[in-house]
Design a protein around this ligand. Structure first.
Ligand code: NAD
Ligand code: DAU
Length: 381
């Protein structure tokens, strides 16, 4: 099947009445995407955030959007993508022509300790969502299913080279294996049923509202609390870092200009060894919140700087050594560019965490669940 021109999608996105269904919109990237679309683009339609609210989903991350645009251009529907009836109801209720699918179990370490939820949400959930879209859209071509995936499906690189869209899949963790399976399903629905899909495979994101189990927020918060900064293995594994708003903009460009059936790699072109990232964080923290003035740190024996908290720990099983993304295609074909440089983006992210201790506290303590119950009781159908 050949790629479809994107004119229909541009027209749909220009329509005032368009609704975009975002799955996983209460998570890190989904919530930043919703804020970006509603506040930083020309889009005047509405967004429905469909999220199960697992430990990783926090409506506190969209409290500002809900306060200003709630029930006018922003709607929240709690639900599980594995529940076909709930998904179909929401697609029907809002006559959704565009789905942007972020919802997933996303943390590699959790997938190693317990892969079952990953199989369920990432594979079965994506399958249910595809089925619901196929049944609701009935062969329409002025619609779009965008699937958000990861560079991890391509496996692990040696010292050189970068992943292309054509690199054969070689997933090596339960997480990446389930993402790879979901990518295959999405492509199968394009080829077999003509469902207008696009896919993106992105590198490591960083920015505000990231759950503090991932490297950057974990290190920032542990440092401020005077706890060990755990570096897996020799700390020489390489990740390619991209600011979350650059990811959001790339997805937005794909919705506007991407051709159905196509896959776009998205990356920061910013390779860093983990130990470098941890040291960069420590250096920025010394400027913004010096260890010498931090009561959690200064009284610890043998610790005078945040760097003293770095602790090498046992390696992650099957730890992928290096990721690097070649994102020439999206640059060339859609005109996307990264806007953030890593050092500026990292500094801004760290200062966001310093200013938003209440958000950190709420996502860690489970208080956000009480907030949801208070604010959303009876609001969903
Ligand atoms: P996240 O873990 O922060 O958020 C996931 C969201 O999905 C949460 O709000 C959660 O409640 C929701 N969710 C989970 N299971 C669900 C279900 N069954 N039904 C409905 N909602 C459910 O994840 P993230 O880091 O924001 O990642 C979002 C997407 O981007 C994922 O698909 C991930 O694979 C992909 N991705 C992430 C990165 C990264 O660096 N974080 C990089 C590339 C791609
Ligand atoms: O590459 C994209 C992927 O990036 C996404 O698909 C995943 O959803 C996202 O979680 C992320 O996966 P990583 O495993 O690369 O991210 P994480 O922040 O967990 O780890 C980044 C690197 O830091 C990795 O090499 C493991 C290492 N690490 C991580 C943690 C949590 C440590 O050394 N210490 C830690 O405590």
């Amino acid at each position: 099947m050949s790629s479809e021109p994107a004119g229909g999608m541009r027209q749909t996105l220009a329509s005032e009445r368009t609704t975009i269904l975002v799955t996983g919109g209460a998570g890190f990237i989904g919530s930043n995407f919703i804020r970006y679309i509603l506040t930083a683009t020309e889009y005047r339609g509405s967004i429905v955030n469909f999220d199960k609210l697992t430990y990783a989903g926090n409506l506190a991350s969209l409290e500002d959007i809900d306060r200003t645009l709630g029930r006018e251009r922003y709607f929240f529907e709690r639900g599980d993508i594995c529940d076909p009836r709930r998904v179909e109801d929401v697609i029907g209720k809002y006559s959704v022509p565009i789905i942007v699918h972020f919802a997933a179990e996303s943390h590699v370490d959790r997938s190693i300790h317990g892969p079952a939820d990953f199989i369920e949400t990432n594979i079965n959930g994506t399958f249910r969502l595809l089925e619901a879209a196929r049944s609701a859209w009935q062969g329409r071509q002025d619609v779009r299913f965008h699937h958000v995936s990861t560079d991890e499906v391509y496996g692990s690189l040696g010292e050189t080279g970068a992943f292309l869209e054509t690199t054969p899949y070689d997933p090596r963790s339960p997480y990446s294996a389930t993402k790879a399976a979901s990518d295959h399903l999405v492509r199968a629905y394009f080829h077999t049923y003509g469902l207008p899909v696009t896919l993106s495979n992105c590198s490591n994101n960083y920015g505000p509202y990231q759950f503090p189990e991932k490297l950057i927020p974990l290190v920032v918060l542990n440092a401020l609390e005077g706890k060990a900064l755990p570096v897996y293995g020799d700390g020489m594994n390489v990740r390619d870092w991209l600011h979350v708003d650059d990811h959001g903009e790339a997805v937005w460009q794909i919705l506007h200009k991407g051709a159905a059936g196509e896959t776009y790699n998205i990356g920061g072109e910013c390779e860093k060894r983990n130990i470098e990232v941890v040291r960069d964080i420590c250096a920025i923290l010394e400027e913004l919140a010096p260890a010498a003035e931090n009561p959690c740190v200064k009284d610890r024996a043998g610790v005078s700087r945040y760097e003293d908290l770095i602790t090498f720990v046992g390696d992650r099983p099957g730890h992928d050594r290096r990721y690097a993304i070649n994102c020439d295609k999206i640059k060339r074909e859609l005109g996307w560019r990264q806007r953030y440089d890593f050092s500026g983006g990292l500094r801004a992210t760290i200062s966001w965490y310093l200013r938003n201790a209440a958000w950190v506290e709420s996502v860690r303590s489970g208080d956000y669940q009480k907030w949801i119950d208070r604010n959303y009781a009876g609001r969903n159908s």
